[in-house]
Design a protein around this ligand. Structure first.
Ligand SMILES: C=CC1=C(C)c2cc3[nH]c(cc4nc(cc5[nH]c(cc1n2)c(C)c5CCC(=O)O)C(CCC(=O)O)=C4C)c(C)c3C=C
Ligand SMILES: [Fe+2]
Ligand SMILES: [Fe+2]
Length: 316
């Protein structure tokens, strides 16, 4: 057995072609950790119907951002950079919850290289049952199938890690420096939405998001900020206010300079590249917001990779 430790980066994944959009959505809507549709035995049928219907609309969004999600390339890049920083005692692998490489494939690769210890590093800073919880459950199922031959440590969250806060603050500082008058800028933290029912049943996601915003804003005391939630899907009540509502309220109130700060996902994906950069930008322009910008995603920024390395080194 190798003395090295395997680091398994857990991410949602995204379609790697337009043909993959429908099966990717099917995998997502089949997962009862993210969405519960009726009794378990009917969910696959309903998932098939919803993924077919939604894919017709969503394919067009992926087409506009280059015909696929960039999550695979970006996550591989993060894994490669992290491996360089961690040095010879670690090897990094990637497992995507709803696309390739899936968790079973990743465990097979880890086993083939002779590792018995895994650090499961969720790339969602804020814990939710819908995201990290789902990835951990999938890992546990795959580990059971493999005869529990791996010892796994979990990095569940890092919403308040000083290096994560510093990396976000660096991006905000870069964003603010692009405006001619930073005092006129309204900062909108746009976190991914979650159905209110998750929070009501004890999910810590909202508390984690609010803590990140508070910690970051300790460094920008002179800047006005707001928190809103993007990307609703389905008819239930989601966290409020929505990012669209927030942009409308600010635009109608005379705001001209707006800096969007995407929270909840550390890499670019459809919701930064399409929803913010195309859809919200158009909506903001129609409301007279003439200077609409977004902070860069953390992706493989060195300060963020240092944060991941600290999380791995501190994992028990
Ligand atoms: C079905 C309900 C959904 C919940 C709850 C949800 C929570 C949630 N999602 C992310 C991050 C990502 N979501 C992505 C895509 C995506 N998510 C949903 C649905 C829910 N998400 C759908 C249907 C899709 C597919 C795109 C679409 O149809 O709109 C992605 C990947 C995007 C990509 O680049 O391909 C990420 C990342 C978080 C953080 C979160 C809750 C906290
Ligand atoms: Fe989403
Ligand atoms: Fe999502």
């Amino acid at each position: 057995m190798s003395e090295k430790t395997a680091v398994l980066l857990l991410q949602m994944g995204g379609p790697d072609s337009l043909e993959a959009v429908k099966p990717f959505l099917y995998n997502l809507f089949s997962d009862r950790d993210i969405i519960r549709i009726g009794p378990a035995f009917v969910q696959p049928l309903i998932a098939r119907f919803i993924s077919l219907r939604r894919s017709r609309k969503v394919v067009e969004y992926y087409r506009q951002i280059g015909g696929k999600s960039p999550l695979r390339e970006l996550t591989d890049q993060q894994a490669g950079e992290l491996e360089k920083v961690l040095g010879a005692n670690y090897r990094c692998f990637v497992a995507m919850r709803y696309w390739k490489p899936d968790t079973r494939e990743a465990l097979a690769a880890i086993r083939q290289e002779g590792f018995s210890r895994i650090i499961a590093l969720s790339l969602y800073p804020h814990y939710s049952r819908a995201t990290s919880g789902s990835s951990f459950n999938e890992l546990e199922r795959a580990r059971t199938l493999s005869g529990k031959s791996f010892f796994v440590s979990y990095v569940r969250q890092f919403f308040d890690h000083p290096l994560y806060i510093a990396a976000l603050a660096e991006k905000i500082e870069q964003g603010l420096s692009q405006f001619s008058d930073r005092n006129a800028v309204q900062l909108v933290f746009s976190a991914h939405g979650l159905p209110q029912s998750f929070i009501d049943s004890g999910d810590p996601y909202l508390d984690h998001i609010q803590a990140t915003v508070r910690l970051v804003m300790e460094r920008f005391k002179d800047v006005t900020h707001h928190l809103a939630f993007q990307s609703r899907a389905g008819p239930v009540k989601w966290l409020e206010p929505s990012t669209e509502e927030m942009i409308r309220t600010l635009g109608e109130g005379g705001c001209k300079s707006l800096l969007m700060v995407p929270l909840s996902f550390v890499s670019d994906h459809i919701e930064t590249l399409y929803e913010i950069d195309i859809q919200y930008r158009d909506e903001a322009a129609a409301l007279g917001i003439t200077d609409f910008r977004r902070t860069e995603s953390l992706n493989a920024t060195p300060a963020f990779i240092q944060c991941l390395a600290e999380l791995v080194r501190g994992a028990r």
